[in-house]
Unconditional design. Sequence first.
Length: 128
Amino acid sequence: MKKIIYMVVGSISLGLGTAGTVLPILPTVPFLLLAAYCFARSSKKVHDWFVCTKLYQDNLESYVKGQGMTKATKIRIMVTVTVLMSIGFAMMHAVILGRIVLASVWIFHILYFAFGVKTIKIQKSNVH
C-alpha cells in the first residue's frame, strides 16, 4: 500500500513539476525533488526511468550530485518563491506573526539559493 501511495504522490509531483517548467508561478524543483523521493521509494524501475529523463537531468541532476544549480534555475526558484510568498504575505495583512514567519522563510530561501547552493555554468557542446 505504501508503494502505491508513493507512486501516486510521485506522479502528481511529476505532473506539477512538469507544469512548473512552463508556468512561472508554479515551482519546478521542489515538485521534481518530491517526485524523485517518492519514485525511489515506490519502484526502482520508475525511479531509474525518472533520473534518465531530460526533465530530471536539466533541473535536478547537478543539484542532487552536490554540484549546484545553474544561475537560471536558481533565479527561477527565487522568483517563484518570492511571488508565492508575496501573495501569502499580502493575504495575511491582519496576522503580524504570520507575516513575520513568511518574511523569515523568504529571507532564508533567498540566502540559501544565493549563497548556499553553488552556481554552475552550463557547458556547451561543440557540435558542428
